[in-house]
Design a protein around this ligand. Structure first.
Ligand code: GCW
Length: 735
């Protein structure tokens, strides 16, 4: 819908009396239009749209409890809270709720527990984890009140966002006490200084380095609001494949400008540290972490950074991985490297997030075993302000991987799990893939590190081994696309990451529900339909891309589309044949005790679960076993037939999603409907492509026909093999 505005004031043919009446009519018209959207939903507002509460009974009940509101703390964060409420409440209720400085009956009072007015509530926040908050019904100065209170300003802001979420999702304004289960809830941006984004599918980087610090894009504030609303409190601005230039004064000025924007939202800024920076920027002959001059260089550099950004969070480091420099270049260990930086950061309370994503093609060892081999012996050797950052699985963000064996293997080390919100291996920003079920599968997996009931979630929230430095990292799926994440529904992954980093016990379904209600629609049928679609996406994609435990069979380098035929490259561990090992006998990577024994890196009950081919859950079958084509599956079908049917099921599920989405025509925003319809069609096409290309390729080994019901592929295997995508997104342009 578009509205035409007429500039009455400049139209001299309209007499003042008419002007008044016409003006009033226009105001009235605009007022009547408030509940409806004035323009197509372009996704920019994310889950902070604050559309009018649809259920009049709920709205009336909320209104009775909200005759006025006030924020009784002062400071930048309190001001942020006020601004958010001024934006949100009129949107939700269609009219302003007065700010009542002196208090009214049925008021909302917001502040920290240090505010004199909330002093009587101090005890309610004692013992809550930092930045936890309470929402409680109480009397303040004799007036019926709902109080939002926290020991910290950031916690107070989180409480405000939580309260708004209750209104947005139609929940009762009951008592709440909520505190984050992890401490460092952080996004990793793989953003380069030239604004390309490694594995980014939502446009270019948000950070407009060239215009910073002079021009502060208002979008930085909206980014901070969105993060704060879901409890994210840190952001690593730069790619882990790092560029040392970001540590120079010219860039630190720019980083400072961003940090200044984010600070009132409780968000700290972090950078990636290129290990060879002392050579590149400091002209030193070495970057050896035990070298005195190198250590002094980092100390000076870190001191300098803190003069710009007094609350700088610290560094993420990718070292000795995929060509990045690191301590091993000098015969030192990862602990030597991490500790050198940690020691220099320690006086400022900064931390080091040292990535465990390391593997070396010179090492004749199953790639999935290498990180454990490298890091397990270093357990207990890292300084207390180091976290070892471990990808959710032992390979690389595949549609399905078992949990990383380092979870549960380094009790003396703070482990930071890394998830990839950007969909490098999950259909880019074209496929609908709601990742909360993937995150949860990893978080809920039992490591058995201290016997049954030792899930990854308890390793990373510190409760299993009594760590206080805890967290969760997500590789951001954010770019400068108007809707932030490329696919209009991919914002759900950003949202779900934040919510689960705050509370890993939330269910993917509940999180989806919240996101849909806040972002798309409040109607029960719409919510149910979209939620069912979102929850199906993970399994669907696994089926049409990498069923039954297959992995890493995607396009070369850009990782777009199927390419199980990739072989004979400079690194075997970057090819597909290395992973699927299809031959005349069967398919799959034997990681059992008879094979690479990657399973041996897990605790015995986990080994027992997967080691026996007959017992192994079929979702991990080809991850852990090389299985004969004729193997009988639980369905009674042979492995070959099962593989074919599973690919087919994947394609069929996308078709099912298309029919579900069709039912929403006219119910959700038109532009959104059209866009998602088109993307689902692409997803269906690409799912079909995956099925056909993979089955044709594997058929060369199984030498069996496609079973009944599996359509004949539209093209030949050679056709699929010839496809090239020179400008697929997400890789650095070559110039
Ligand atoms: O998934 C792989 C990507 C690389 C990435 C690397 C990593 C940033 O293909 O692009 O590099 O992982 O996690 O370091």
């Amino acid at each position: 819908m578009s509205i035409i505005t007429i500039d009455f004031a400049n139209d001299t043919s309209i007499r003042p009396a008419t002007l008044l009446t016409t003006g009033r009519v226009l105001v009235l018209l605009l007022y009547l239009m408030v509940p409806f959207r004035l323009q197509a939903d372009d996704g920019y507002e994310l889950w902070l749209k604050y559309t009018r509460i649809a259920d009049p009974t709920a709205a009336a009940s909320y209104r009775r409890q909200l005759q006025g509101w006030r924020v009784v703390s002062e400071g930048a964060t309190a001001e942020v809270a006020r601004t958010e409420l001024r934006r949100a409440l009129p949107g939700l209720f269609g009219k302003t709720i007065p700010e009542a400085a002196n208090g009214v009956n049925h008021q909302l009072v917001i502040g920290t527990s240090q505010s004199p007015l909330l002093a009587s509530l101090q005890h309610t926040v004692v013992g809550l984890a930092p930045d936890g908050f309470v929402i409680t019904h109480t009397r303040i100065q004799g007036k019926e009140s709902i109080a939002i209170v926290s020991a910290t300003e950031t916690g107070m802001l989180y409480g405000v966002f939580h309260f708004l979420r209750l209104l947005q999702t139609g929940q009762p304004l009951a008592e709440v006490s909520s505190a984050p289960k992890t401490k460092v809830r952080i996004l990793n941006h793989w953003d380069n200084l030239d604004r390309t984004v490694e594995r980014g599918y939502a446009g270019f980087s948000l950070w407009d380095w060239h215009k910073l610090p002079g021009y502060i894009d208002p979008r930085y504030t909206d980014y901070a609001r969105a993060n704060a609303s879901i409890g994210i409190n840190g952001t690593v601005l730069t790619n882990v494949n790092a560029n040392a230039l970001v540590l120079t004064p010219m860039y630190l000025e720019k980083v400072k400008a961003l940090a200044d924007v984010f600070r009132p939202y409780g968000i700290r800024v972090y950078l990636t540290a290129r290990f060879s920076a002392p050579m590149e920027l400091g002209n030193l002959p070495t970057a050896d972490p035990l070298n005195k001059a190198v250590r002094a260089w980092w100390q000076d550099k870190i001191r300098e950074i803190y003069t710009y950004i007094p609350d700088f969070g610290g560094f993420t480091v990718k070292a000795n991985s995929e060509g990045q420099p690191g301590p091993q270049n000098y015969g030192r260990t990862h602990a030597d490297g991490a500790n050198m930086l940690a020691e220099a950061l320690q006086p400022y309370h900064g931390i080091v997030m040292w990535r465990a994503f390391v593997y070396d093609h010179q090492v004749p060892e199953d790639r999935t075993r290498q990180a454990y081999n490298e890091f397990k012996p270093l357990d207990g050797k890292f300084l207390p302000n180091v976290m070892v950052q471990v990808k959710n699985g032992p390979l690389d963000f595949q549609p399905r991987e078992p949990f990383h064996p380092l979870f549960g293997a380094m009790p003396a080390t703070a482990l930071l799990p890394e998830f990839q919100l950007t969909q490098e291996y999950l259909g880019f920003a074209t496929h609908l893939f709601y990742q909360a079920p993937l995150f949860k599968e990893c978080l809920d997996a039992d490591t058995y590190a201290r016997g049954k009931g030792s899930p990854v979630s308890r390793v990373i929230d510190g409760t299993l081994d009594q760590h206080t430095l805890t967290g969760m990292a997500g590789v951001a799926n954010i770019g400068n696309d108007r809707n932030w994440c490329g696919h209009p529904l991919a914002q759900a992954n950003w949202y779900a990451f934040g919510r689960l980093a705050w509370d890993h016990q939330l269910s993917p379904s509940a999180v989806a529900d919240e996101w849909i209600r806040m972002t798309l629609h409040q109607d029960a049928v719409v919510v149910q339909t979209i939620r069912a679609m979102l929850l199906a996406t993970r399994e669907t994609t696994v089926r049409y891309m990498t069923p039954l435990g297959l992995h890493h069979i995607m396009g070369w380098n850009h990782h777009y589309g199927p390419a199980p035929w990739i072989k004979d490259k400079e690194r075997a561990d970057w090819t597909s044949v290395y992973y699927h090992r299809a031959d005349a006998q069967g398919i799959g990577f034997d990681r059992s005790s008879r094979g690479s024994n990657a399973l041996g890196q897990y605790h015995p009950p986990v080994q027992a679960l997967y080691n026996d081919l007959q017992q192994c859950p079929e979702s991990y079958l080809l991850w852990f076993h090389h299985v004969p084509w004729s193997h009988t599956m639980r369905s009674g079908r042979t492995l070959w037939d099962e593989l074919c049917y599973t690919y087919q099921q994947g394609v069929d599920s996308v078709a099912w999603m298309q029919t579900r989405w069709k039912t929403l025509h006219g119910k959700v925003d038109d532009a959104l409907h059209t866009q998602v319809t088109a993307l689902l069609a692409v997803q269906h096409q690409e799912a079909t492509w995956w099925r056909d290309a993979c089955l044709l390729y594997f058929q060369q080994f199984s030498k069996q026909p496609l079973p009944t019901g599996i359509p004949k592929p539209a093209r030949t295997l050679e056709d699929y093999q010839r496809l090239e995508f020179p400008y697929a997104p997400g890789i650095r342009p070559k110039w």
